[in-house]
Design a binder for this molecule. Structure first.
Ligand code: ZN
Length: 470
């Protein structure tokens, strides 16, 4: 009994001893856990980055007594992302007597493939009667720059394969599909204007047309011309040109032929610009009425509205000059010209209901002053006004009332001495001038007694167009 009890006592003290040891071990571990600083990398220990990209190191984390200690960290890095290579980032963490170290490897690599840029498209057609001609290509790399000379070109049936490899072994490939088929329509080139004026009863002579096709070459002889011109009737007619290439690609182009009455010889077309003006235009209208003569007025936005109404009501022809008559405005741009023109067109329409398409350019279509404000504008305007359905009239007899003929006597002489029985006479005058007003009666008397007739300009008549110089 005693022995048994003794044995139990020993066993109990052994257990107590073991517990103490275990507790100590636990305590020491715990103290170590508290006192030994902890250090570890954030992110991977080996990092790969692209050349020329921005490398941002993720750093390390340290703690001591569960407290972060960034101040005691020193980082040394030789990473250079602009150069291919292997670099190291070293981290030092000083804690009391000890320095703890960590490192990370950073690999800078070129991982970007070069770019191949094709001239032309990825799908190209070539003529069935010819062969595909390389349209060209370029190759650029982020590190090696222009590596066009390294491109390898290989043809496999209907595919051209372009491959290239940069100095780091990054590869690129581009494929171009080539198809033997003519998909382009022939090009028809019209010589002469899109709009042609033809005198009544005159025969239409086709101006040269040329046709060129990308595959079949000159196809001028293949052209089919369809026209509905009736040269016995004033009107606008269409000439259609059609051509097909050997692959059935068709092209079509049209030209407008405007059949107009020719201006008559031995006839005088009095034209008055720049008005109306109170005090002159009204007197001029009185004279014309008295003599039974009709004239053509190219008006502005000046003068009384009643004068515009009188011009129309008394059977004269009315056309548009301009609103401002300022060269630096109207000839500064095509838009300016048409905006200005519209103001006068509206004025005439609002007052009289007449929608006129007659025009006279300030300075005439041959003026060179417009060059000062816009090079080539007259070439554009003379084409554009006809495209928009207008007709412009210049003159073949300048009365001189805006230049040298500054009194009635001079003006009378300058007109009557230049009249012709053999041709038509479009006389440029200005109803804004007092001496024009004062000379008019005598001029008309001379014309009538010398066998001339008077007529007006209108849309049915052949325009008189001077040579464009700008
Ligand atoms: Zn004028």
């Amino acid at each position: 009994m005693k022995v048994k009890r003794r044995r139990e006592e020993i066993k109990t003290s052994k257990n107590i001893f073991l517990s103490i040891i275990l507790s100590l071990v636990f305590l020491i571990s715990f103290l170590l856990f508290l006192f030994v600083p902890k250090i570890y990398l954030v992110g991977s220990s080996v990092v790969t980055v692209n050349i020329n990209s921005k490398y941002e190191d993720m750093g390390i984390k340290t703690s001591f007594f569960n407290k972060e200690e960034e101040k005691k960290i020193k980082v040394i890095s030789n990473v250079n992302t602009s150069k291919i290579g292997t670099y190291e980032v070293k981290y030092f963490y000083k804690n009391n007597l000890f320095t703890y170290k960590l490192k990370r490897t950073v690999i800078v690599k070129d991982m970007v493939a070069p770019a191949i840029i094709l001239e032309g498209k990825e799908k190209e057609y070539y003529c069935p009667n010819g062969e595909y001609k390389e349209l060209g290509f370029k190759a650029y790399d982020n590190v090696d720059n222009n590596i066009t000379d390294k491109v390898k070109v290989k043809q496999e049936k209907d595919r051209i394969i372009y491959t290239v490899k940069d100095s780091s072994g990054n590869k690129s490939k581009v494929v171009r599909k080539i198809i033997s088929k003519d998909v382009e329509s022939p090009t028809i080139t019209l010589n002469g204007d899109n709009n042609i004026f033809l005198g009544l009863n005159e025969s239409y002579v086709e101006e040269n047309i040329t046709v060129n096709d990308n595959c079949d070459g000159d196809l001028t002889n293949e052209i089919k011309t369809i026209n509905n011109i009736d040269n016995t009737k004033v009107g606008d007619y269409t000439v259609t040109y059609k051509v097909k290439d050997k692959s059935n690609n068709e092209s079509l182009i049209t030209r407008t032929v405007k059949v107009r009455e020719n201006l008559k010889p031995n006839t005088i077309y009095l034209t008055f610009d720049d008005g109306p003006r109170d005090g002159t235009t009204d007197a001029i209208l009185d004279i014309l009425k008295e003599k039974g003569v009709k004239a053509t007025f190219f008006v502005t936005t000046n003068g009384s509205d009643s004068l515009i109404e009188r011009i129309v009501n008394e059977g004269h022809s009315i056309g548009i000059h301009t609103a401002s008559h300022k060269y630096d405005i109207i000839y500064a741009s095509v838009d300016n010209y048409f905006n200005d023109l519209e103001l006068v067109r509206q004025r005439i329409y609002n007052l009289t209901g007449v929608e006129t398409n007659l025009i006279r350019f300030p300075g005439g279509s041959s003026n060179t002053i417009s060059k000062k404000y816009s090079e080539g504008i007259m070439s554009t305007l003379t084409r554009e006004v006809i495209n928009k359905g207008y007709q412009y009239y210049d003159w073949n007899l300048d009365s001189g009332d805006a230049s040298f003929a500054t009194n009635p006597h001079k003006l009378y002489n300058s007109v009557v001495n230049n009249l012709s029985h053999d041709k038509y006479n479009i006389i440029l005058m200005h109803d804004t001038k007092t001496y024009t007003r004062d000379a008019l009666s005598k001029i008309i008397d001379y014309c009538l007694s010398n066998g001339y007739s008077f007529d007006t300009l209108d849309m049915n008549k052949m325009p008189l167009r001077q040579k464009v110089n700008n």
